[in-house]
Ligand binder design. Structure first.
Ligand SMILES: Cc1cc2nc3c(=O)[nH]c(=O)nc-3n(C[C@H](O)[C@H](O)[C@H](O)COP(=O)(O)OP(=O)(O)OC[C@H]3O[C@@H](n4cnc5c(N)ncnc54)[C@H](O)[C@@H]3O)c2cc1C
Length: 396
């Protein structure tokens, strides 16, 4: 018979850990089991792209040490990939055929990097992505020998990796379909500022460009042809996006769309199964892809799995990056389409830049560069929906 736990959590990220923590805070006695396919205890995934130069020891980035789990009687099993969920039997099965029974289940399976269709069949192993600590270790090793690096993608991850590899003296090219860097997090002006920092550092940027093919070189690496450019690279890192890992839920018959669909209590379409973090899709198709949000969602799922009644409140989307000697920050940066409907106030003084977006005289979002001391205040102002009058006195 399968071993039974009151709460079983599938996943080895922050959503999994915070679900376990919140469950234990509400339920002193219930048994808790975390099942993670990774080879180590949950760690600070966000650090991976910031530690390519400095590196890290296996357990150095751990969110909590082993004693933390012991003290709370949270069982953690690593190297356990779950391959099936049977909601009727309240059971799970791992890749070795071992079964686990649950009272309540939290799916905190996160996301997986997307591999573009242009990658030659059977060669995905020669390309690099950065999602797990193992991926980071592979990149650090490969980067030792590489001189020319191609990073596919124009998002935060690409820029953070470019910054680290630039510090290692690599020649870097970024290629992507978008007309600007970090379109989700930065407005045009902030992106331009960032772009000139990269250009000054010798990073080549190919915007609105598409990779057509990769041709493997005898000495390793690839010749890459694009629509308007071509080049030869020793190391290719793909950072073109993540897809939510919803397969377990979909195969079990739970409602899924982009991700695993949840209501505000973070319950899936099955009342005994919750989902939290990057894998969860909220009302209106909302996905979060952020550490602090995954942590918060994990707490809600864990609390509710223990009988609580908390609801997810769609907190502001906060972004922060320190790259190429500058600090970039935004809170609820509006989408380009919505921006057109908003009133924008921009202030630029040397490298310090701020843009405030108002909808019906209420502060809806902020984009900032090089004003770190006020980041907390800006976040508070968006969260509290400050009026234009108040912003004029206290922010501008
Ligand atoms: C390199 C990098 C840098 C980032 N930097 C930032 C940042 O600066 N700020 C920010 O807000 N966010 C950042 N993010 C995003 C942030 O890390 C994620 O939003 C957050 O980690 C999501 O947490 P999660 O627990 O939902 O999912 P994940 O962290 O993806 O964890 C999911 C876990 O589930 C495991 N799993 C999946 N399926 C199974 C299965 N079937 N069986 C067993 N285990 C399974 C996975 O192996 C993984 O351990 C970054 C992400 C990366 C990759």
């Amino acid at each position: 018979m399968a071993d039974k736990h009151d709460l079983v959590i599938v996943g080895g990220g922050i959503a999994a850990v915070s679900a376990a923590e919140a469950f234990r805070e509400r339920d002193e006695n219930g048994s808790i089991l975390i099942l993670s396919e990774e080879d180590r205890a949950p760690y600070r995934r966000t650090k991976l792209s910031k530690r390519i130069v400095d590196g890290f020891e296996t357990d150095e980035l751990a969110i909590y040490p082993a004693e933390w789990y012991e003290e709370r009687r949270i069982e953690l099993e690593t190297n356990r990939k779950i391959v099936a969920v049977d909601p009727d039997a309240h059971e799970l099965e791992d890749a070795d055929g071992k079964r686990y029974a649950y009272g309540k289940l939290v799916l905190a399976t996160g996301g997986a990097p997307v591999f573009p269709g242009t990658i030659p069949a059977g060669e995905t192993g020669s390309f690099f992505v950065l999602h797990s600590a193992r991926d980071a270790e592979r990149i650090m090793k490969a980067a030792r020998k590489a001189k020319k690096v191609l990073i596919s993608g124009m998002g935060v991850l690409s820029v953070e990796i470019a910054w680290e590899l630039h510090r290692l003296g690599k020649k870097i090219t970024l290629v992507g379909a978008t007309p600007q860097l970090m379109p989700r997090q930065l407005n045009l002006r902030a992106a331009e500022m960032l772009e000139s920092l990269l250009a000054d550092a010798g990073v080549r940027l190919h915007f609105q460009e598409e990779i057509l093919s990769f041709e493997r070189r005898k000495k390793g690496g690839y010749n890459v042809s694009m629509i308007r450019n071509s080049g030869s690279f020793d190391l290719i890192i793909l950072a073109v996006g993540l897809r939510p890992r919803k397969e377990l839920a979909a195969d079990a018959g739970l409602a899924t769309a982009t991700g695993i669909r949840v209501n505000r209590s973070l319950r899936t379409s099955n009342p005994d199964i919750f989902a939290a973090g990057d894998a969860a899709e909220h009302e209106g198709g909302h996905m979060t892809w952020l550490w602090h949000s995954a942590e918060y969602q994990g707490r809600i799922a864990g609390t509710n799995a223990a009988g609580g009644e908390e609801e997810y409140d769609f907190r502001p989307f906060r972004f922060r990056a320190e790259v190429f000697g500058s600090y970039f920050f935004s809170v609820n940066k509006p989408r380009a389409l919505d921006m057109a409907e908003m009133e924008e106030f921009e202030f630029e003084n040397g490298s310090r830049y701020r843009a405030f977006y108002f909808s019906d005289d209420i502060l809806a979002g902020i984009v900032m560069a090089n004003d770190p001391d006020n980041a907390k205040l800006y976040e508070q102002a968006v969260q509290e929906r400050w009026s234009l009058d108040r912003a004029e006195t206290d922010l501008f």
